[in-house]
Design a protein around this ligand. Structure first.
Ligand code: ZN
Length: 185
């Protein structure tokens, strides 16, 4: 099972998105695993502040800029900066977005409109009638969230579970309306 975590922002202006994705990518490149004993056991933590491999950084950013107009789909690198037309997805672990007020799942959610337009749509909860921008629903395991400002991690330990500070800092770096989405396949 591949485990993917996305740190992304909603409604980030294009000119600011590049800087934010650069800063977040550098931050993740500075991260190191904390191992308990041997390399074969899962990491027990992640710490930031290590040396950044500049060559790797340049390569990752060059790839992201070259792919601005197409979607990343399944991120294949350990760290994948995502710019321009892109989206996050929980893939096989997807569930419906949850209402921001009553947490009821939005089973009728249809991502087509959001896929075709950068503008977020308003969605109404069938249970409690709350209407809110789709980005304000709980998208943590959504099948789709459109973004032009994202960094995805592949097969890292779950950061909210093992590295709460790294998780919080990455959200701060990626944007004003920052979101976390995770899943896999
Ligand atoms: Zn509701």
């Amino acid at each position: 099972m591949v485990f993917i975590q996305y740190y992304f922002a909603l409604g980030e202006p294009q000119d600011r998105a590049l800087q934010r994705v650069q800063d977040t990518t550098r931050f993740f490149l500075s991260c190191r695993k904390i191992l308990d004993g041997c390399d074969l056991l899962p990491a027990i933590g992640i710490v930031a502040g290590g040396t950044v491999d500049e060559y790797e950084y340049m390569n990752l950013m060059a790839e992201a800029v070259a792919n601005m107009s197409s979607a990343t789909e399944i991120p294949h690198n350990m760290i994948t900066p995502m710019l321009g037309f892109d989206w996050a997805s929980a893939w096989a672990r997807s569930r419906a977005p949850l209402c921001p007020r009553c947490a009821a799942p939005h089973e009728e959610f249809d991502a087509t409109t959001w896929l075709c337009s950068e503008l977020e749509v308003f969605e109404t909860c069938a249970e409690c009638d709350t209407t809110a921008l789709i980005g304000d629903w709980d998208l943590e395991r959504s099948s789709f969230a459109r973004t032009n400002c994202c960094v995805a991690l592949r097969d890292w330990p779950s950061l909210p579970q093992v590295a709460a500070e790294v998780h919080a800092h990455a959200l701060q770096l990626i944007g004003c309306r920052a979101r976390y989405l995770h899943g896999g396949l």
